[in-house]
Write a protein that binds this ligand. Structure first.
Ligand code: FAD
Length: 256
């Protein structure tokens, strides 16, 4: 994937420019986009502790446990997930910082069980960054039952150039409107949905799994899936027991 900014930046330079802190997990997506895991509150055992409070035995899972206790904790967590006893899974909370094109963010914000804050096109001038894939996908087949195919090389090159020209023109008009004194929130109406924007996403593990079921799935659009894949890898790394039970017991699109 490429973008419409002037100079291509390597991944290390991109991370240096955008990562909040060297200790966060950071990955570049779709050229100018990224996923940054700022913080995780809780973990697998914290969710088990939340469940054990029912029987006043939460301390067992709050302190460092021996192997036998950890095995019991993992077993309980698996049972909770299998039986859809889901509220304990709300006690682990991920906080992400994400940069993505507006059309991806529009799909993302449909996931209501989360907290969002996004950069404001009223308070700041939007950056000159648009998502521009190297290859456009052609649709082959009927509605609800189709696959994608590559366009012939020459058609693809011409179409990508057309898209780039639209971005360039839209940006030029946006800047002209701002120069005339038109309010930012008004001038932005000319910008395409490929415009990159940044948002904070704070989401508990249960809602995150619903997101992954729907967005890291074969029917999800490629672009949001590219983000969901990274988020699933981070989830798997930070909450390995929960992730394993989630994928074992809640197949694709089966959470909600
Ligand atoms: C492949 C795909 C195609 C899609 N196409 C379209 C489309 O064409 N048009 C469109 O508008 N949307 C579309 N969506 C969005 C989809 O309908 C959901 O809005 C979105 O995926 C968020 O899922 P969610 O409601 O489960 O998540 P959340 O909003 O996070 O909700 C989580 C869960 O809470 C419960 N819940 C939340 N709100 C309510 C409520 N009001 N009442 C009862 N229960 C609730 C549900 O169990 C829900 O699963 C599409 C999604 C996908 C993955």
């Amino acid at each position: 994937m490429t973008d419409s900014s002037d100079a291509p930046m390597d991944d290390a330079g991109f991370a240096a420019a955008h990562q909040t802190h060297p200790d966060t997990a950071f990955a570049r997506v779709l050229g100018q986009g990224f996923v940054e895991l700022i913080e995780l509150l809780g973990d697998d055992r914290r969710c088990v502790a939340a469940a054990r409070v029912s029987v006043r035995r939460e301390q067992l899972s709050l302190v460092a446990g021996d192997e036998a206790q950890e095995s019991r904790d993992r077993g309980l967590l698996e049972r909770l997930i299998k039986d859809r006893h889901t509220s304990p899974l709300e006690h682990a909370v991920f906080q992400f910082r994400v940069r993505a094109p507006i059309f991806v963010v529009r799909q993302w914000f449909r996931h209501r069980f989360a907290s969002y804050n996004e950069e404001s096109g009223r308070y700041v001038e939007l950056e000159d960054q648009f998502y521009l894939p190297e290859r456009l996908r052609a649709r082959v087949g009927k509605a609800m039952d189709y696959r994608y195919a590559d366009l012939p090389e020459a058609d693809n090159a011409a179409a990508v150039a057309d898209v780039a020209a639209v971005y360039e023109q839209a940006r030029a008009v946006y800047e002209r409107l701002l120069a005339l004194g038109v309010a930012r929130e008004h001038a932005r109406m000319v910008l395409p949905v490929a415009q990159f924007t940044t948002f904070f996403w704070t989401v508990n593990a249960l809602s995150l799994m619903n997101f992954l079921n729907l967005r890291n799935a074969p029917h999800a659009q490629y672009e949001i899936q590219a983000y969901a894949e990274i988020i699933e890898a981070l989830f798997q790394e930070r909450m390995p027991w929960t992730h394993a039970a989630f994928r074992a017991h809640w197949g694709v699109s089966s959470v909600s």
